[in-house]
Write a protein that binds this ligand. Structure first.
Ligand code: HEC
Length: 119
């Protein structure tokens, strides 16, 4: 009886420790990855864009450089991501992203215009 109680406490302790470690690693990785980068990854933006080199589309650093100081850029680029378009960087079009929420698009565009920091 006393032995059983002891084992129960041990197991409970093990579960608590595991949960605490799991919670810590989740919050640590969320803090390391900027929200905009996480959204860009989960919406396949990174299949055509990289932070620091041209792929199918311009690098996000090139985009930040081009629109530096342009107050209309956030709204204009948000619409471009949502509806797609071409002709600014070349003939290849960017497809529309109609399923993305405006809030997610705004976060990812703000992140791009901030120079697409990876940390
Ligand atoms: C299939 C490839 C592809 C995907 C996927 C893609 N892009 Fe693009 N993107 C492009 C191309 C090509 C251009 C250049 C378009 C042009 O010349 O007007 C571009 C241009 C841009 C620009 C600059 C627009 C301008 O007018 O200067 C931004 C900002 C951008 N993309 C963000 C994103 C984001 C955010 C995502 C994910 C939600 C994304 N892209 C997904 C290919 C892609």
């Amino acid at each position: 009886m006393r032995f059983g109680f002891f084992v129960g406490r041990m197991m409970l302790g093990g579960v608590l420790v595991t949960l605490a470690v799991g919670a810590f690693s989740v919050s640590a990785s969320a803090a390391d990855t900027p929200r905009g980068l996480a959204i860009a990854r989960s919406n396949a933006c990174m299949g055509c864009h990289a932070v620091d080199r041209k792929l199918v589309g311009p690098s996000f650093q090139q985009v930040a450089e081009k629109y530096k100081g342009n107050a209309g850029a956030p709204a204009m680029l948000a619409r471009k991501v949502k509806d797609g378009g071409s002709g600014v960087w070349g003939a290849i079009p960017m497809p529309a992203h109609p399923a993305m929420s405006d809030a997610d698009i705004r976060i990812v565009v703000d992140w791009v215009l901030a120079g697409a920091p990876v940390k």
